[in-house]
Design a protein around this ligand. Structure first.
Ligand code: PGA
Length: 253
């Protein structure tokens, strides 16, 4: 059985104090209200990782993620943060290949493959992001484009390694725009990606891979999205910054 997962991506938001307040609210509401077996991940800026990990420690369903990691393990790379540094904070996950990193930092599928390898070696769970632009969607090549993102960054892995990877499908045209992919569009892509994973890793492995949807997911549309057979949860940006909305999304399964 694959895991249900809701991951928040705080992006470039929240000072340390604001982040700790938000994390504490989420911990309290999770303990009081969330009875379902859902893995919840808080994707915070690097500076929050250690303190948020301490707060979330007591709830086995709560995890902390970095939003990126370096392609290097150590050395003269000013400003970079390595997987072992992330690991040492108590964080257990790392978001890799978010479209904003691909776009603003020119991250390539090849570099992302390196980051996935490093994350797995360090014992971190990669949340690997993929998704197409509006142009590609309109040209009708979206399935081939996203499949290629998977093959170039993940298809070198063993089945055992792949069992530790979470995928987040995020159509770029739906991120932060208020335009959500329809549940049908999202389901079609998730089903296609799962079938594609099966061609490389086998059906059992594909069936066990959690594939999250991201892009303007909110309390009002989460239930419909999460009810689709191939959607196993969400990667949530804007709505993860408000504890009430985030918890309501978690309760939408
Ligand atoms: P959004 O962002 O929920 O604000 O659209 C999702 C994401 O970028 O992960």
């Amino acid at each position: 059985m694959r895991k249900k997962i809701v991951a928040g991506n705080w992006k470039l938001n929240n000072t340390l104090d604001q982040g700790l307040k938000l994390a504490s609210e989420i911990v309290n509401m999770m303990n009081d209200e969330v009875k379902e077996d859902v893995s919840v991940v808080l994707g915070t800026p690097f500076i929050h990782l250690s303190s948020v990990s301490k707060i979330t420690n007591g709830n086995a369903n709560l995890h902390v993620a970095a939003q990126d990691c370096s392609t290097h393990s150590s050395g003269a790379y000013t400003g970079e943060v390595s997987v072992s540094m992330i690991n040492s904070t108590g964080a257990s996950h790392v978001i890799i290949g978010h479209s904003e990193r691909r776009e603003y930092h020119n991250e390539t599928n090849e570099e992302l493959a390196t980051k996935v390898n490093l994350a797995l070696e360090a014992g971190l769970t990669p949340i690997f992001c993929c998704g197409e632009s509006l142009n590609i969607r309109e040209s009708g090549n979206h399935e081939a484009f996203v499949s290629n993102q998977l093959s170039e960054s993940l298809f070198h892995l063993t089945e055992e390694q792949m069992s530790k990877v979470v995928i987040a499908y995020e159509p770029i045209w739906a991120i932060g725009t208020g335009v959500t992919a329809s549940s049908e569009q999202a389901q079609d892509m998730h089903k296609a990606l799962r079938a594609y994973l099966a061609t490389k890793f086998g059906q059992a492995s594909a069936d066990n891979t959690s594939i999250l949807y991201g892009g303007s997911c909110k309390p009002s549309n989460a239930n419909e999205l999460f009810s689709q057979p191939d959607i196993d949860g969400g990667l949530i940006g804007g709505a993860s910054l408000k504890s009430r909305d985030f918890i309501d999304i978690i309760k939408s399964f």
